[in-house]
Write a protein that binds this ligand. Structure first.
Ligand SMILES: Cc1ncc(C[n+]2csc(CCOP(=O)(O)OP(=O)(O)O)c2C)c(N)n1
Ligand SMILES: [Mg+2]
Length: 328
């Protein structure tokens, strides 16, 4: 498949937007938390899992999705939600715990729900996959032209929910695409210390599901693999599995000392930053100039600054509202 120029530029724009948003969070998050690292302090309290280095996976997959296609994200959810087209202001406000947020400030960064985009995520590892299977079952029963996509970490693949989900999705031939974001580590545990097979794509064969391992740093490779898998699901031919191998350029969570990483690993990953690599490729092919790249970076950073300003200026929910909209 040759990817049209406009799509290539759009993929780059999406990756740049995710990066700009997370760069902002990576700074704001530390406000008020240092020097003792008080996780509850500052404008964005609680844990924070950023996904710098994984943008190509989110951009390449979500470029094929429509608003009505349900997506379940992980505890590292920003990429897919931004790539799906979230309102950045509402997303930022949610993380700042404000009333104007996607979930009125109840959720925070790990619990981003966007009903308009049919997006959900959560902090329980592997829990989003059965939910995506449920969504895919509903789509099939209602005979709708929609596809459910589940993002899942390579660590989560060892949970029972992964295997139960794949079995049912295959048995019922559901319109589901499972995207494993293999960033090589589950917190401090490398895949080699947790996983019996070299490639999790091998696990697709246990359920008769087509599965591919791809370079998750290469957005075009992701776009092509996801295009095939999503088209297959839309044709009613059942689920597929994509294992996208990438890396994370920050710690598991903000505040992670990363003492478990082998010497030099981080530098090697930084040298393969998917956005820098793709930007260079687009320039080499004459699809973007230096000035275009600068303009896109400036545009995304201005959108993100507006979202941040909106979040800061919004009101906190009143304490008396804390028990509204929750099971109590
Ligand atoms: C059921 C459950 N067990 C354990 C945890 C603690 N935990 C949070 S993130 C994580 C590792 C997840 O690794 P992976 O699936 O590879 O995703 P990544 O963080 O690398 O994106 C674990 C074990 C959890 N949140 N939920
Ligand atoms: Mg991982």
């Amino acid at each position: 498949m040759s990817v049209p120029k406009e799509v290539m530029v759009d993929l780059y724009r999406t990756m740049a937007k995710i990066r700009a948003f997370e760069d902002m969070l990576g700074t704001v998050y530390y406000e008020g938390k240092l020097p003792a690292f008080d996780i509850a302090a500052g404008p964005v309290p609680g844990e924070m899992h950023l996904s710098q280095g994984q943008e190509a996976v989110a951009a390449g997959v979500c470029a094929h999705l429509r608003a009505e296609d349900p997506v379940s994200g992980t505890h590292r959810p920003h990429g897919p939600l931004i790539a799906k087209g979230v309102d950045l202001k509402k997303m930022a406000a949610e993380m700042f715990g404000k009333k104007t947020g996607l979930c009125h400030g109840y959720g925070g960064h790990m619990h981003l729900f966007d009903t308009a985009l049919h997006f959900g995520c959560g902090g329980i590892i592997a829990a989003g996959l059965p939910q995506a299977v449920g969504a895919a079952l509903a789509i099939k029963k209602r005979k709708e032209d929609r596809v459910a996509v589940a993002f899942i970490g390579e660590g989560a693949v060892n949970a029972g929910a992964f295997h139960e989900s794949l079995n049912l999705a295959a048995l019922w031939k559901l319109p589901l695409v499972v995207v494993i974001e293999d960033n090589l580590y589950a917190i401090s545990v490398p895949k080699s210390a947790s996983t019996a097979v070299k490639s999790n794509a091998e696990r697709g064969s246990a359920y008769g599901i087509p599965a591919v391992q791809i370079d998750g740093l290469d957005v075009v490779a992701v776009y092509e693999a996801a295009g095939e898998a999503i088209a297959r699901a839309r044709r009613g031919e059942g689920p597929s599995l994509i294992e996208a191998v990438c890396h994370r350029l920050r710690g598991h969570f903000e505040g992670d000392g990363e003492g478990y990483l082998p010497k030099g690993a981080k530098d090697a990953w930084k040298a393969k930053d998917p956005i820098i690599l793709f930007g260079a490729e687009l320039k080499e092919r004459g699809l973007l100039s230096d000035a275009d790249v600068e303009a896109i970076t400036a545009e995304m950073s201005s959108q993100v600054s507006e979202a941040e300003a909106f979040a800061r200026a919004s009101e906190y929910p009143a304490g008396a509202e804390a028990l509204e909209n929750v099971f109590a």
